[in-house]
Ligand binder design. Structure first.
Ligand code: 4NP
Length: 159
């Protein structure tokens, strides 16, 4: 979901002037990155800072294109007052021009993004924004129990 300026392309000049487009990336784009998108939008709305920001998420795989966020992830987020409304899409090379900051949920996602867009300064790991008590990777909750979804939200809300 995007908020604010909906222009289709950001020029390099626009990017250098305004750090305001953020893309979160995981494997399937149905659990971790939609939750990251939702947490960020929720925070921006709370701080009345959403105008002019564009927050989006994408996956490195095509497994779930067009699907809403995983039901378990939506339920866990809703219990914290956060609605997840995204539809899964796959990351593209154009995302590297459009977004000021691309945040990978784990090192595997990060490595795949480097293969697509190169080793660029605006590509980071989510855990770069956390202190060392947290794991380097946001654990993939898809094949696990409810605790995994809570852990994802704990990490995202701490970042
Ligand atoms: P996500 O979780 O990368 O956080 O969206 C996953 C969702 C689906 C699959 C793997 C991870 N899958 O293998 O279908």
């Amino acid at each position: 979901m995007s908020v604010g300026d909906e222009s289709p392309q950001a020029t390099a000049n626009e990017r250098s002037q305004n750090l305001k487009r953020v893309l979160f990336v995981c494997l399937g784009n149905i659990c971790r990155s939609p939750a990251a998108e939702g947490v960020m939008l929720h925070l921006l709305k709370q701080m009345e800072l959403q105008r002019g920001f564009e927050i989006d998420s994408a996956g490195t795989s095509s497994y779930h294109i067009g699907e809403p966020a995983d039901r378990r992830m939506r339920k866990a987020a809703r219990q914290r007052g956060i609605e997840l409304t995204s539809r899964a899409r796959m990351v593209t090379d154009k995302d590297f021009q459009r977004f000021d900051l691309i945040v990978a949920m784990d090192r595997s996602n990060y490595d795949q993004l480097v293969r697509i867009g190169g080793q660029v300064d605006h590509l980071r790991l989510l855990s770069d924004f956390l202190d060392d008590v947290w794991p380097t990777d946001v654990p993939d909750p898809y094949f696990g129990g409810d605790d995994g979804f809570e852990m994802v939200l704990d990490m995202l809300q701490a970042a």
